[in-house]
Design a protein around this ligand. Structure first.
Ligand code: SAM
Length: 371
């Protein structure tokens, strides 16, 4: 096995990610310089560092029917009261304002988005806004049942989370549920027209990192892109530690040693996408790595998030949010909502700061934010 991958990492980011205040005290105050410079009120959706934002993650519920170890605690989870959640109309109003600002792609997430009652109707309303790309991330438990309706409603693609190909381990990681129905749901999604399915695998050292090669083989035999995600400090149990992170470089080296890889060249590889894409040199499919911890991609980040209770977050790790819900419920206009989105994005910090000594975990865990 080779010590290092034959595949080069993604080129350096366009925006410096270490300038400005460190992410401890600095985070709460927003991007340094954001207040001093004048925010443009028209043109592309920009942050103070010049990053153009085109991608919106829409969390439509904080509820989940699973308790994955890297995401939610096993017991004692409290969910938001219903009245705090944005209604379908409220979500769609924010989506429309985002579209008016040049947002091109939307990913619906949660919690588990497919457990929100009426999700198909919500997808229909968001799809009607007219985004170029509309996808959804799911744990797969409700996907087989809903796939045909989701396609008819205007959904383009799905990402399915699946952290093990071993039934017992799969169940242990999720703390609920079985592997076979989730694999069947991937088939059903593709049969319905939601393919090719991308498969999200969060790796954790000593838990499932011995399955890297099995997942690569799975990618090669199914044609699905498996995306290996580095474990981030957003778990409800607060058990994350650096030792549990399986570096993308190691993942690439192991796969490359068995089945040589090469980077997917531009323009197919979207520089702003979180996943670095690699294809098998023999032409049998591709894999991706999301190296949020060891190779942060903040310099090309073009994402904005809306939580299920209507807060705008400019970063997964932000400690500051702007509530657009209050504005929407006060009868704010699309222009006012758009201005608030601009303010949120403008205040984005240069980097998420996980590797800064002063890093502070956000108060919300992954499923509360929307992964
Ligand atoms: N319920 C859906 C699902 O399971 O895919 C969507 C929400 S889930 C929060 C979105 C993605 O975040 C999943 O792929 C999940 O594995 C990932 N995720 C959750 N906690 C994570 C963590 N601490 N670090 C990295 N990824 C995480």
């Amino acid at each position: 096995m080779r010590a290092a991958p034959a595949v080069p990492p993604r080129p350096p980011v366009a925006v410096p990610v270490t300038i400005g205040a460190p992410n401890g005290a600095g985070r709460a105050k927003g991007a340094p310089g954001a207040a001093a410079r004048e925010m443009p009120v028209d043109g592309p959706l920009l942050d103070v560092y010049g990053r153009v934002h085109r991608d919106l993650r829409l969390s439509i519920t904080d509820r989940c029917n699973l308790r994955c170890v890297h995401c939610l605690p096993e017991h004692g989870v409290t969910f938001l009261p219903r009245e705090q959640l944005l209604s379908f109309e409220e979500i769609t109003r924010v989506a429309e304002a985002a579209r008016s600002l040049g947002i091109e792609s939307v990913r619906i997430t949660g919690g588990e988005p497919l457990v929100r009652r009426g999700v198909v109707e919500l997808v229909r309303q968001v799809a009607a806004v007219g985004f170029e790309d509309l996808s959804l991330t799911t744990n797969g438990t409700e996907l087989a049942r809903l796939a045909p309706e989701l396609v008819a409603a205007g959904l383009h693609r799905v990402n399915v989370s699946c952290d093990s190909l071993l039934p017992e381990r799969f169940a242990a990681i999720r703390r609920r549920g079985e592997l076979a129905p989730v694999l069947a749901a991937m088939d059903a999604a593709e049969a319905a027209g939601l393919g090719p399915v991308k498969v999200n695998v969060v790796l954790s050292a000593g838990s499932n990192d011995d399955e890297v090669e099995s997942f690569a083989e799975f990618a090669r035999t199914t044609g699905r892109t498996v995306r290996f995600i580095e474990f981030m400090p957003l778990d409800g149990d607060e058990a994350w530690s650096r030792e549990l992170v399986v570096p993308a470089e190691e993942v690439l080296a192991r796969i490359d040693a068995r089945w040589p890889l090469e980077p997917v060249p531009a323009p197919d590889a979207d520089a702003a996408a979180p996943a670095e894409r690699y294809r098998f040199v023999d032409g049998k499919g591709e894999i991706g790595v999301i190296a949020s911890v060891t190779r942060p991609f903040c310099g090309t980040c073009d994402r904005l998030r809306l939580t299920a209770d209507g807060s705008l977050r400019n970063c997964l790790f932000a400690n500051e949010e702007l509530s657009v819900r209050d504005l929407v419920r006060r009868g704010g206009t699309t222009e006012e909502i758009a201005l608030m989105i601009r303010r949120s994005v403008w205040a984005k910090l240069p980097g998420h700061g996980i590797n800064d000594p002063s890093f502070l975990r956000p108060a919300r865990s992954m499923s509360m934010i929307g992964g």
